[in-house]
Design a protein around this ligand. Sequence first.
Ligand code: CMP
Length: 134
Amino acid sequence: PPLRLGLKLTAMVERVPLFAGLAAGEVSAVGRLLRARVVLPGQKIVTRGERGDAMYFIAAGVAQVKLAMGDVELGEGAFFGEVALLEHKPRNADVVAKGVCHLLRLDARDFRRLLAARPDMRQEIESVAAQRRG
Ligand code: CMP
């Protein structure tokens, strides 16, 4: 069985507002697409310029997006790494764990499937990505 590292997958999924509207059965279906990952303080999660192969949801902790105008901090419930997947472009920033982060990783292929099945989620993720592009 996968290593749980303290937080149960369904509890992690429920911490993400994007998934808040899901019924119990849908939470477990979405949960099957997600891989729990713990990253340590200072660890780089996403590297600017690399090809995007996944996006991440923060179940606990804070991640820093390293931008020219300063760092942007993303906390529990936020997500990142969606821009490269939506635009088929390289990562536009480094993202680093500030403290210990409990992440949910969604692979690019499952990202495309989830968004095709859930237009509401597609719309929410696209609107956040549009704000981040400025
Ligand atoms: P991606 O380009 O895949 O990888 C870097 C990520 O940093 C990017 O997706 C966004 O999720 C995130 N990001 C980039 N710019 C901002 C911003 N201004 N505010 C918050 N997050 C950002």
